[in-house]
Write a protein that binds this ligand. Structure first.
Ligand code: PDD
Length: 287
């Protein structure tokens, strides 16, 4: 039976309950994190907890738990699952006040929820064929740097991609491709990588940071610069990344081939480096 953590107690998932007046339920008033776990060890834990701190500050909510406490919860929940590779999901909402009211009171205890789920291995066809993506207008808000649980725009965009047999919707704001609905984006042009710089229009992905580090270590050229729609359409390679999907090669964009329409060499190189990081976690926890 899957064990989860809710407001100070561990319990089976089926028994976890929150009041209907919870502001997460009524307003989407909360933030979350998704942390990948390989061989029982969270990858880039400190960076995820740093981002949680920034997201909480962004919505004016104090971190309800110390780092040691978060880590204790993760260790216990990871151990309760048999799977070696998992994804931790944590969510903090502004709690359940006695009445529905937009304005918030500092006196209400936040709701803290954590669960883990097994992470399935990547479909081997992805390394052979890549995935498809579509371009869509970014209909989200102005603070995409906050990992907010108000995700209806992302939900609609991701579904829109799925409706077109695509893995991801790449989001265009003022003519610039900022990120995917649930991922960050890189292009390869003439052997050099590029990815949009972080700012309020995109989430500072932990996988994105890792890919930047790995490309530096591999001696690759990488520029953080805005990407136009044309940059993406004309790229030799197009890549998306996130904690749960790792690094994926996009070989079709809006139905047209990206580059040769095949998985490219830089994806192979960076994916190999990413896979090596996962193995490294066995020797050096909290990599
Ligand atoms: N989403 N951009 C957006 C909008 C995202 O939702 C995500 C991840 C990313 C990648 O961030 P990271 O590398 O830290 O996972 C970028 C998670 C996985 C989700 O919502 O489930």
């Amino acid at each position: 039976m899957t064990e989860v953590y809710l407001n100070g107690a561990f319990m089976p998932l089926a028994e976890a309950r929150v009041p209907v007046l919870d502001r997460g339920f009524l307003f989407g008033d909360g933030v979350y994190e998704v942390i990948p776990v390989y061989h029982g060890q969270p990858l880039r834990l400190a960076a995820h907890l740093d981002r949680l701190e920034r997201s909480l500050a962004g919505i004016r909510l104090a971190n309800p738990l110390s780092r040691a406490h978060w880590e204790h919860l993760f260790t216990r929940l990871i151990a309760s699952q048999a799977a070696e590779n998992q994804a931790i999901y944590l969510q903090v909402t502004r709690g359940a006040p006695p009445v529905r009211e937009h304005r918030f009171s500092k006196c209400v205890e936040p709701t803290v929820f954590v669960m883990t789920k097994p992470m399935a291995p990547r479909d081997p066809r992805i390394a052979e064929q890549g995935v498809a993506a579509v371009l869509r207008e970014d209909i989200r808000w102005q603070r995409c740097d906050i990992k907010s649980i108000s995700l209806v725009a992302a939900v609609l965009l991701r579904q829109e991609a799925a409706d077109h047999d695509a893995e991801e919707a790449l989001l265009v704001r003022d003519g610039w491709v900022v990120e995917g609905s649930t991922s960050n984006v890189f292009i390869v042009q003439d052997g050099a990588l590029a990815t949009p710089p972080v700012g309020p229009e995109l989430l500072s992905g932990i996988t994105r940071e890792l890919i930047i580090e790995l490309s530096e270590r591999q001696g690759l050229t990488l520029k953080q610069r805005p990407l136009s729609v044309e940059d993406c359409r004309r790229a030799d390679e197009l890549l998306i990344c996130s904690s749960t999907r790792e690094l994926l090669p996009v070989t079709r964009l809006d139905g047209a081939p990206v580059g040769q329409g095949q998985v490219g060499p830089l994806w192979r190189q960076l994916d190999a480096a990413y896979q090596a990081c996962k193995t490294e976690l066995m020797r050096t926890p909290h990599g």
